[in-house]
Design a protein. Structure first.
Length: 758
């Protein structure tokens, strides 16, 4: 039977070879996309692990386990270590200052030996920036001589900006946040617990949920695409197998032959998919799935991934073939007589409604946000989302059947009546053609609804104004805060082209909380006038009390400081001069040259920075919302991938459907039906389930997004922007264009000789 199945797979001349080639190509594309998704998920974990050495010295890393690497022996001399965050052109720089105390001091990964005082190692991208950027904008922050390049094993991404600077023990040990360590951490940021480095890596709690949803969102359209491809010429094969049953073949023999025939093209397609993935790896590595590019070598597949795709896809194709032939095995005469399937029932809505009910429970009747572990939250949400997605596919035929009844009642022309009758006869086949696009619309609606709401609560992330882009903020710790800006530093800053003014925010050493619940801080009006990001003074005031809030939280409804008129403070200029400075702000014209020169000057004047380096208001907000930006990036990847997959699935399904129905269409042409009417029939058969299912999928997507937002963030779904509606309408129009592109096949497939050949 297996040999016969192999012969039948390639029998039939050009048609059989073309069908096998189309199936193999479709399976190759789908398999390559699945492999890319799995490899990207693995690469994210590998990328996050490369941040581990930057967790050195933090208690959260130590509690999870650390390991030392020494230059000699087994007992390490202590190493003084200080991690700082720096910024250039909106990109974060990880700066590590080190000072050795002996020959057996631990050495960080990526470098052969510790830099001596006055030396530094830089990552390739930072080394390039140092060469290409004027020293006043960047190089002056890192005095010394570059002695080497940091290797890839210490860099999370090819474009990571990292520098390791050699210092002497006497100067480094007295600086804030300097640690004496004997081991280099191997704890990734996602595994760090408690006190961890604030400037590196990504906590995996949110990414676990999002990456799971991304994988699922891509998995369903790909499986539908593969399933649609493996069903090409299904009707002709059913007729062939029915004839074999009539001459004595057993159901088991037919199942074996069909399995072999289906698996031939699928196995070839999977092999091509692995080859396509290998060729595309360098291109995939350039896609910033998590906000940063991957090293090509990080895009690896685990044995489980290989088995899942290499074995799972052919097995799925074999199962689909057996399910497709159930009518043949039960009654071969049913195929030959073209029996009409039973119409779908409303009970097909049960699974989708159950998924929505589960998400409603999580949103309104559970405490999932506060008492469930992150992995349990991921599983809970995925269960609901999966139920809704599968429910949409299950309910699609009933929705199509409902649409056919409505079309029949409103039809005024023969094309509408014929299309309605054909839809009601086999709504499963009609919906199958558009099911991939329906899932793509659902995924797009969910992601856009969630991201749009978060951005709306952030007041549009308020990142587009020149004030926020051009105002640099430098915070101080109370222990080393100055009481005044040195005159030479003030002159140096204001002499930079593009710098418009400098202002200092002072804090009271003995604060009293104001009406807002926070202690006020004070600014001289003469300085505030040159820094509009701080707001305005009440007329006649010399010093005003301000409540500093530059925004940037995940949920931020605060009014920008630039729009506030501050009240006069009962503080004299002399009293203000005695108060420590909490923050220094430098207002610029938002040009890169002015921002970077001012930032470099601030770091030179106040080198003992704590926490983050001087950064613009926009950069601070971007840092605070970095995880949301990564969610947005992943959402874009899902949209840009799932929509083309859905388009390919639609084109394959429409073309396959035309091929399967060429005999009835040919008979209609022989009876005098114009070719234009047949084209209208085909268009209506695709348009009715498409429009109805897209509307239901969009509504289900918005409802799912709203329930998730309420359960996880306590937010109310905000109306999507015009871009969303443009995306949906554009997707529907593109689908109509794909349908139209297949219509020329009607002339060839419905020619009179086709009836004779059949």
């Amino acid at each position: 039977m297996m040999r016969l199945g192999l012969r039948l797979a390639v029998a039939g001349g050009r048609e059989a070879i073309t069908r096998l080639a189309l199936i193999a190509i479709a399976v190759a594309i789908g398999s390559a996309l699945l492999l890319s998704t799995l490899a990207s998920t693995n690469a994210f974990g590998t990328q996050n692990e490369r941040y581990a050495w930057l967790e050195t010295g933090y208690p959260g890393a130590a509690t999870s386990g650390t390991a030392g690497r020494t230059t000699a022996g087994t007992t390490a001399d202590p190493l003084w270590w200080r991690l700082q965050g720096d910024t250039f052109a909106g990109k974060e720089i990880a700066r590590v200052d080190v000072a050795a105390t002996g020959p057996d001091t631990p050495v960080p990964p990526g470098i052969s030996s510790l830099p001596a005082p006055g030396q530094f190692y830089a990552s390739p991208e930072l080394a390039k920036l140092l060469r290409d950027t004027p020293a006043a904008q960047l190089g002056n922050r890192y005095p010394g001589v570059q002695v080497g390049i940091i290797g890839a094993e210490a860099l999370p991404a090819p474009d990571s900006l990292v520098i390791v600077i050699g210092r002497d023990v006497a100067s480094l040990r007295n600086e804030p946040f300097a640690h004496e360590i004997t081991e280099i951490s191997t704890t990734s940021p996602s595994a760090c617990t408690g006190s961890c480095a604030p400037t590196v890596g990504t906590d995996s709690d949110g990414m676990t949920l999002v990456l799971s949803v991304v994988a699922a969102a891509l998995l369903f359209p790909v499986l539908i695409f593969i399933g649609g491809a493996t069903r090409l010429s299904a009707a002709r094969r059913e007729q062939r197998f029915a004839a074999m049953r009539l001459v004595g073949a057993t159901p088991r023999q037919i199942s074996t032959i069909s399995t072999v025939e289906s698996c031939v093209a699928t196995i070839v397609g999977v092999a091509l998919g692995f080859l396509l993935f290998g060729v595309a790896r360098p291109l995939i590595s350039r896609v910033p799935f998590s906000g940063e590019r991957f090293f090509t070598s990080d895009l690896t597949l685990s044995p489980a991934n290989i088995v899942l795709v290499g074995v799972g896809v052919p097995v799925a194709a074999a199962v689909a073939a057996r399910i497709a032939l159930r009518r043949v095995n039960i009654s071969p005469l049913g195929v030959s007589r073209r029996t009409t399937p039973r119409p779908p029932r409303p009970r097909r809505l049960v699974l989708m409604l159950a998924g929505i009910a589960w998400l409603t429970y999580l949103a309104s009747f559970s405490d999932i946000r506060s008492s469930w572990a992150s992995i349990d939250q991921a599983y809970a949400y995925l269960a609901g989302v999966f139920a809704v997605m599968i429910g949409l596919v299950v309910a699609g035929p009933w929705l199509t059947y409902l649409g056919s009844r409505m079309t029949a009642r409103r039809a005024r022309r023969p094309a509408g009546l014929i299309a309605a009758r054909r839809l009601s006869d086999n709504p499963q086949a009609a919906f199958r053609a558009v099911s991939g696009l329906v899932l793509a619309v659902f995924v797009a609606t969910c992601t856009i609804g969630i991201i749009t709401t978060i951005v709306a609560y952030n007041a549009g992330v308020a990142d587009s104004t020149a004030i926020s882009r051009g105002t640099i903020v430098r915070d101080f710790d109370r222990e080393d805060a100055p009481t005044m800006i040195p005159a030479d530093a003030q002159n140096e800053l204001t002499s930079i082209p593009g710098v418009q003014g400098v202002a200092a925010i002072h804090s009271d050493p003995n604060p009293v909380k104001g009406p807002s619940g926070r202690p006020p801080e004070y600014v001289a009006c003469a300085e505030l006038a040159a820094v509009p990001a701080l707001g305005r003074c009440t007329a006649g005031a010399a010093v005003v009390a301000v409540v500093v809030d530059f925004g940037g939280a995940v949920i931020d409804k605060s009014t920008p400081m630039s729009e506030i008129t501050w009240p006069a403070a009962d503080v004299s200029a002399d009293e203000l001069a005695e108060m420590p400075i909490e923050t220094v702000l430098v207002s610029t014209d938002a040009s890169r040259s002015a921002i970077e020169r001012a930032r470099t000057t601030l770091e030179g004047v106040f080198p003992k920075s704590v926490g983050f380096a001087p950064e613009t208001i926009s950069e601070g907000r971007a840092r605070n919302t970095r995880l949301i930006d990564r969610y947005q990036q992943l959402a874009n990847v899902v949209l840009l991938t799932s929509l083309p997959i859905a388009g390919c699935s639609l084109s394959v399904s429409i073309a396959g459907g035309l091929s399967e129905r060429r005999r009835p269409f040919s008979l209609l042409r022989l009876t005098g039906v114009p070719l234009g009417m047949l084209r209208r029939v085909v268009s209506l058969e695709a348009a009715v389930p498409l429009v109805i299912s897209v509307i239901v999928a969009a509504a289900a997507g918005l409802l799912t997004a709203g329930l998730f937002l309420h359960a996880q963030l306590g937010q109310t779904l905000q109306a999507p922007s015009l871009g969303y509606y443009g995306l949906v309408v554009g997707g529907v129009l593109a689908s109509f264009a794909i349908i139209g592109s297949t219509l020329p096949l009607l002339r060839r497939t419905t020619a009179p000789e086709m009836v004779r050949n059949d």
